[in-house]
Design a protein around this ligand. Structure first.
Ligand SMILES: [Zn+2]
Length: 77
């Protein structure tokens, strides 16, 4: 295993944002590749496996901006 390989995987494949080693280990796929990160996806989807490249049932915030996900609902009048 070459360490240089790992060094190239420190960015989200989708948006290029930096991701920590710990994030990759927890959310990335078996190769340590992070397909989505907290910059471009919601925590709900990441926990369902979006960062590992899986299809998840929760709507993608990139496809449905402002409709679902990270925007808190307005309960006040
Ligand atoms: Zn990202």
């Amino acid at each position: 295993m070459l360490l240089s390989t790992e060094a190239q995987l420190r960015e989200c494949e989708y948006c290029g944002s930096h991701v920590t080693r710990n994030f990759r280990r927890v959310y990335g796929d078996v190769d340590g590749v992070v397909h989505r990160c907290r910059e471009c996806d919601t925590l709900v989807r990441l926990q369902q496996g979006s960062a590992a490249g899986r299809d998840v049932p929760t709507p993608d915030p990139q496809n449905t901006p402002g409709r679902h996900g990270d925007e808190p609902a307005r309960w006040s009048e």
